[in-house]
Design a protein around this ligand. Structure first.
Ligand SMILES: [Zn+2]
Length: 316
């Protein structure tokens, strides 16, 4: 079994601070804040467990007052998050009343490699917000456990919690069998695993992990949580990530990226925006940065692009 526990404080409050001070919409309604915090904690746990060299992007496309919620974690655990809220959020709103009112809500996990081969698309897995009996799921942890089993063939138990100071999560995963069993991977038969007793061990530890309460996860330190849950188990603990290697707030937006986006609009569209508004201003939903391009800047973007050699590899 492998486990990981994340407890985000500074990184999480930085996300909330930027939202409340930088966005015209102001702070998130409480239920949205808590859902987004759970997403950030979960995405951090998943990135550290998959160790993907690129960004892991956890998105919920909602059909309720929350249209979109995004948590993105880079390979170095730099992270950012944002949510688009349109409409009334009632106090204590559940997951389904936030994002799955009309059964159209979806959750997507995208793995976008740092360097892509030509033509390579990011990998995306989509999971429904329903269980096997078509009941709406009310816990993000259940949605993601489903994904880990489907896409990564990993039995996973997740406990998530967030408030305005902490975003935290505990992940327990059953490791693939060691040695030859590991090479056989998914071919290991159910009967075999039962014989070895792996299910029993996993079930016991998963049950202990699930007994962790929201308040405990938010308020207790790591030592206390591990002692309370797993005092009868053999634990090997790794050094906690701290300082530069710890998860932290980091936005990947830049003036250059926005320039490329304007380039993507095409000259005609860009010029019509400039004609209408005097300049092009783009705000970053993640960090609140504003990028302003006046008519000279816009002309420059297209002139530079025009000067560049064509990207085709054909001999000119
Ligand atoms: Zn940004």
């Amino acid at each position: 079994m492998r486990g990981a526990l994340v407890r985000l404080t500074d990184a999480w409050t930085e996300i909330l601070r930027r939202r409340s001070s930088g966005s015209p919409d102001g702070a998130y309604p409480l239920p949205v804040q808590n859902m987004l915090g759970e997403m950030v904690a979960a995405a951090t746990l998943m990135q550290s467990s998959i160790k993907f060299n690129g960004s892991l992007i956890l998105q919920i496309f909602g059909d309720g007052p929350v249209k979109l919620a995004v948590a993105e974690v880079q390979a170095d655990l730099g992270l950012r998050a944002t949510a688009t809220v349109i409409g009334e959020v009632t106090a204590g709103a559940s997951l389904s009343t936030l994002v799955n009112v009309h059964n159209q809500g979806k959750c997507a996990i995208t793995l976008d490699p740092k360097t892509r081969f030509p033509g390579q698309q990011p990998y995306q897995g989509v999971v429904p917000l329903f269980d096997d009996r078509r009941e709406k799921l009310e816990k993000l942890s259940e949605v993601l456990e489903h994904y880990m089993l489907q896409s990564e063939q990993l039995d996973t138990t997740l406990v998530l919690a967030a408030d305005d100071k902490v975003a935290a999560g505990l992940l327990i995963q059953r490791l693939p069998l060691q040695g030859t069993g590991n090479l056989a991977g998914r071919l290991v038969s159910q009967a075999n695993e039962d014989e070895i007793g792996l299910n029993e061990h996993y079930n016991r530890i998963a049950m202990l992990a699930s007994s962790l309460k929201r308040e405990e996860l938010l308020t207790l330190d790591v030592e206390t949580i591990l002692r309370r849950l797993f005092w009868e188990e053999t634990l090997i603990r790794f050094e906690p990530m701290a300082g530069d290697t710890a998860p932290r707030f980091a936005c990947t937006c830049s003036r250059e990226r926005v320039s490329n986006m304007i380039l993507g609009l095409g000259l005609e569209e860009a010029q019509s925006i400039v004609a209408e508004r005097g300049d092009i201003e783009v705000g970053c939903d993640f960090c609140g940065a504003h990028y302003r391009f006046d008519p000279v800047d816009v002309a420059q973007i297209f002139r530079v692009a025009g000067d560049l050699p064509p990207s085709s590899t054909a001999v000119q």
